[in-house]
Ligand binder design. Sequence first.
Ligand SMILES: CC(=O)N[C@H]1[C@@H](OP(=O)(O)OP(=O)(O)OC[C@H]2O[C@@H](n3ccc(=O)[nH]c3=O)[C@H](O)[C@@H]2O)O[C@H](CO)[C@H](O)[C@@H]1O
Ligand SMILES: [Mn+2]
Length: 389
Amino acid sequence: MLNVFLVHVRWSSRHNGLKMHKNITRNHALIVAALLIILVVLYTYFRNMSTTFTFCKPCVLPENYLNDLEKEKEQIEDKKQDEHCQNDSWKIGNLIIGSGLKYPQPSTQTGRTDVNPVTNWNVPLVWEGTFDPLVIDEIYKKMDPRVAVVVFAVGKYVHSFLKAFIETGEKFFLVGFKVTYYIHTDNGNEVPKVELGNGRKITVVPVPSANRWQDVVLGRMKWATSTIDKRIRKEADYLFMMDVDSVFHNRFGAESFSRLSAVLHRGYYKNTPRDSFPYERRAKSKAYIPAGEGDYYYTAAVWGGYLEDMYKLVKYCYEMSVEDAKNNIEAVWQEESHLNRYLLYNKPTKVLSPEYLWSDYDQVPGDIKVVRISQLVKNYAEVRPNGGN
Ligand SMILES: CC(=O)N[C@H]1[C@@H](OP(=O)(O)OP(=O)(O)OC[C@H]2O[C@@H](n3ccc(=O)[nH]c3=O)[C@H](O)[C@@H]2O)O[C@H](CO)[C@H](O)[C@@H]1O
Ligand SMILES: [Mn+2]
């Protein structure tokens, strides 16, 4: 290398017409070469240092040191959370559709104008006519989520409602999707044999009987929390909680999917001022909502979302009801009251119109173009262990 260097110096000196070679002794050249080698070694060493020890960044900006550390901690937490979600759950993600599907061109000018199809936090409020079933199905079937439906049929509700619920569900509920009905019952022997579509099944989960219907209704939160923990988490990506005293009449499809979807209660969706919603109004209860607050009144008879988001909410309703019990209070509409409080301060990512739960008790008004599920008329005294409505 030294020789090459000397040759180079001589060559360039000659080339420039200078007689430098006379002034450059062999010793000078040696010193220059040694210096060069030291420089190269130092350069390589420091370059390695700066890539390996990235946490040295705050040393450069000491005033941001703590902030950066906090941020780094947050990023690690976020990453953990993401990994957790990726491992456990299906997510809506990209809305991919194949080429070749024929459907009417969507319009920016026409659509439902008699109802509001969007909330004031800018998520969809779903009505018939605000989506194209063909398009929605095409998108979501590709994702192929595993859907869990948690229903309770305790006491007389097994015999009175279960068969029609499942039979009509098979005709109209997420047809073509993977669905498992987790039937929580105190009478597994009476669970009807119903012919199920491909990829659909029934899982019976035993629960104890109860003397008060209030205990069944609220108990749903406790038992559902436990079933999700024990098995549903491993078996499903998406979860619906549903009342069993109802029948499907029309398509209930993938347009209902979102991180957290809630249904407007048919009784209060149109002209009810928020202060007349049947929210829990006693400050002693965890479900308390003060006057002057509220968006909508949601039913607890149909709600759904990503498994982990639903788990959090079901567990919340359970824990809040336990807190209330400790304080000798039961929320006015049991878990529905806790659900409404949660959804006021943690807005749902989709709101479903009362098409998604109507009732045979009520006439169908003009703005409800399709009744997808309807709650049956029931003789409360007959079907409930302690009567009452
Ligand atoms: C349409 C609507 O807003 N429904 C709500 C309303 O229900 P409902 O008045 O419709 O109450 P419900 O009698 O249907 O009870 C709710 C559900 O609990 C189960 N069950 C109940 C009693 C029983 O003996 N066995 C049994 O299995 C069954 O799945 C039933 O569908 O008020 C309840 C709380 O008070 C819940 O918030 C319901 O979601
Ligand atoms: Mn009901």
